[in-house]
Write a protein that binds this ligand. Structure first.
Ligand SMILES: C[S@@+](CC[C@H](N)C(=O)[O-])C[C@H]1O[C@@H](n2cnc3c(N)ncnc32)[C@H](O)[C@@H]1O
Length: 480
C-alpha cells in the first residue's frame, strides 16, 4: 500500500515554483529579492510556453500576449527578463553545455535555469533565494569562467560582440494606436493621450496615432474601454484599402481576433452589415470580445469555414465587399512579435517550404472563392507575410480568374512608397510594407470590379429596347 502524504508534504506539493516542478518551501524573502524571485518564476512559465511552441513550430501565442495575461503580475520586469534571456539564450546554452553542471533534475526546469543563469552572468545580482538559485550560485565561478573561454574561442572581446554575430534586428519602432471612432473621435483621443505621451497623427491614415517606441499602453483606460486599439500601421491599412461604403453588406472572411472587422465597422459608421466568418471555435471567443469592446452592433459572427459558404445563397446575394486576411506564415510580423529571439528563427532559417505551399494553396482557394460572390464589387487580400509565394504569386495565379469575373487590380494608396515585387504586369498596384522601416511586413492587394462591368450589372436599361435612342444610349454607356 502506498504511503499517505503528510499535511506538510501536501503543502509542499502545492508550492510549485512556477516552472511546473516542485520546489522546496518558498524562502522568506523581502522587497526586491522577493519580487526578483517571483519575476523569475513567472518568466520561466512564459518562457516554457514560448520555447515549446517554437520547438513544435506551433506557437500558441506571442511573447507579448502571454505577458499581458492577467496571471502575470509584474509585466514589465517579466517581459524584460524574458527578452534578455532569449537574446542571450544561445550563449547561455553554450555555457551550460560546456560547464556540464545540469543533471536531469535541473534539465527538467531548464527555463528557470536559463533565467537565473542570465541574471548570474549578465543581469542583476542573484540572492540565494530558491533551490534553483542556490544550486546555480554554487556554480557561479564555473559559469563565469566558461563564458570567458567561449568569448576567447569565438575571438570576440565581449558579449555584445558575440550577440552582434547573430545580427538581431532593431525592434525599436513607434507604437501605433488606432482610434476606434465608434467610441471616440480622433482629436479627443489625441488630447487625452497627449497628457502623458508625445503623440502625433499619422499622415496616411486619419484614425491612426503614433507614440514613441516602447510606450506601454496595455493597461491604459482608453485601451481597456475600447476607445483605442493597439494596432500596427500596416494592419490598420487593410480595412481602409477596402473602404466599404456605409450601408454595404461586407464579409470579413477570416476574422478572428477581429481587429480588421471592427475597423470595418468604424469605417461603415454603424450602417450596413458585416459578416465575420471564423473557422476556429476557440478564436471565436476572442472575436466576440473584440466586437463587444468596439461597441459595434452590426457584426454577425459566423463560426464557419469560409470555403463552405455558398456564394449563391440568397443571404449572400447583396455582399458587396470582402476582406480576406487568411492564415499566413506571419513572417512579416515576426520581429514585432519578437520571434527573432526564438531559437528556430535566430539563425534565420524559417523556410518550411511544405508549410508555405500549404498556406499558399489555401490562400489561392479562399481568394477564388471570394471572387465568386455575385454582387461583390471589391475584395481586399492581405497577409502579414513577406514571402512572395503567399503574396504576389497568389495574386498572379488568381488574376486571370479575377479578370474573367470583371475585376482589376487597383491601387488603394497612390502615395504609398513600397510596392509589390515586380513579378507580373500590374504588380505596381500591390502594396507592401517593409518590416524594417514600417515595423511589420504586410501585403495588400485590392481587386475592384471594372466600372463598365458594374454598370452592366445594374441594368439601367433593358438590353433590347424598342426605342432606338435608348438602345443606342445603352450600348454607348455599357459597351457591346
Ligand atoms: C491572420 S488571422 C486573421 C486576423 C484578423 N483579420 C485580424 O485582423 O484580427 C486568420 C484567421 O483565419 C482563420 N481561418 C483560417 N482558415 C479559415 C477558413 N477556412 N475559414 C474561416 N476562417 C479561417 C484562422 O483561424 C485565423 O483566426
Amino acid at each position: 500500500m502506498g504511503r499517505v502524504p503528510t499535511k506538510q508534504q501536501k503543502n509542499n506539493r502545492s508550492k510549485d515554483g512556477g516552472d511546473g516542478t516542485q520546489e522546496k518551501q518558498k524562502p522568506s524573502l523581502k522587497g526586491a529579492e522577493r519580487s526578483a524571485y517571483f519575476a523569475r518564476r513567472e518568466a520561466a512559465k512564459v518562457l516554457r510556453v514560448v520555447l515549446q511552441g517554437d520547438a513544435n513550430r506551433r506557437a500558441l501565442a506571442s511573447i507579448k500576449s502571454l505577458i499581458y495575461k492577467p496571471s502575470v503580475r509584474n509585466k514589465k520586469a517579466t517581459f524584460a527578463l524574458i527578452c534578455q534571456t532569449l537574446k542571450h539564450l544561445p550563449i547561455i546554452k553554450d555555457v551550460l553545455e560546456a560547464s556540464s553542471i545540469l543533471n536531469t533534475k535541473w534539465k527538467r526546469q531548464q527555463e528557470l535555469v536559463y533565467i537565473i543563469v542570465y541574471d548570474i552572468l549578465f543581469g542583476q545580482a542573484v540572492a540565494v533565494a530558491g533551490d534553483a538559485e542556490k544550486y546555480l550560485m554554487r556554480h557561479k565561478n564555473a559559469l563565469q569562467s566558461t563564458l570567458k573561454q567561449l568569448l576567447l574561442r569565438r575571438n570576440v572581446k565581449n558579449v555584445e560582440q558575440l550577440i552582434a554575430l547573430n545580427q538581431l534586428p532593431d525592434v525599436s519602432l513607434p507604437r501605433y494606436v488606432r482610434v476606434n471612432t465608434l467610441k471616440l473621435d480622433v482629436d479627443s483621443a489625441l488630447l487625452e493621450l497627449k497628457e502623458k505621451y508625445s503623440v502625433e497623427k499619422d499622415d496616411l491614415l486619419p484614425d491612426l496615432l503614433i507614440l514613441p517606441p516602447g510606450t506601454d499602453l496595455h493597461d491604459h483606460p482608453l485601451v481597456n474601454n475600447g476607445s483605442i486599439f493597439m494596432q500596427g500601421k500596416a494592419s490598420s491599412m487593410v480595412a481602409p484599402a477596402l473602404n466599404p461604403e456605409p450601408g454595404w453588406e461586407v464579409i470579413d472572411a477570416c476574422a478572428a481576433p477581429g481587429n480588421k472587422t471592427v475597423h470595418l465597422a468604424a469605417l461603415m459608421k454603424r450602417k450596413g452589415r458585416i459578416i465575420a466568418c471564423e473557422l476556429n471555435k476557440q478564436r471565436i471567443k476572442r472575436l466576440k470580445e473584440t466586437i463587444k469592446l468596439s461597441g459595434a452592433s452590426n457584426i454577425h459572427v459566423l463560426n464557419e469555414d469560409f470555403l463552405n459558404i455558398d456564394p449563391k445563397a440568397p443571404s449572400y446575394s447583396k455582399v458587396k465587399a470582402i476582406l480576406l486576411d487568411p492564415s499566413c506564415s506571419g513572417s512579416g510580423t515576426a520581429a514585432s512579435r519578437l520571434d527573432h529571439l526564438l531559437p528556430s528563427k535566430a539563425a534565420g532559417q524559417d523556410t518550411d517550404m511544405e508549410r508555405l505551399n500549404k498556406l499558399a494553396a489555401f490562400q489561392r482557394k479562399a481568394l477564388q472563392h471570394a471572387l465568386s460572390f455575385p454582387a461583390v464589387e471589391k475584395i481586399v487580400y492581405s497577409t502579414c507575410s513577406i514571402n512572395q509565394i503567399e503574396n504576389e504569386d497568389v495574386i498572379k495565379s488568381v488574376l486571370p480568374i479575377a479578370e474573367s469575373h470583371g475585376f482589376e487590380l487597383v491601387n488603394p494608396f497612390a502615395e504609398w512608397h513600397c510596392r509589390g515585387l515586380p513579378v507580373f504586369k500590374g504588380s505596381e498596384n500591390l502594396v507592401r510594407t517593409d518590416p524594417a522601416a514600417d515595423g511589420e511586413g504586410f501585403f495588400i492587394a485590392l481587386f475592384a470590379k471594372k466600372k463598365n462591368v458594374q454598370k452592366k450589372k445594374k441594368h439601367f436599361f433593358p438590353r433590347i429596347h424598342t426605342d432606338p435612342f435608348r438602345t443606342w444610349l445603352y450600348y454607348r454607356l455599357n459597351g457591346p
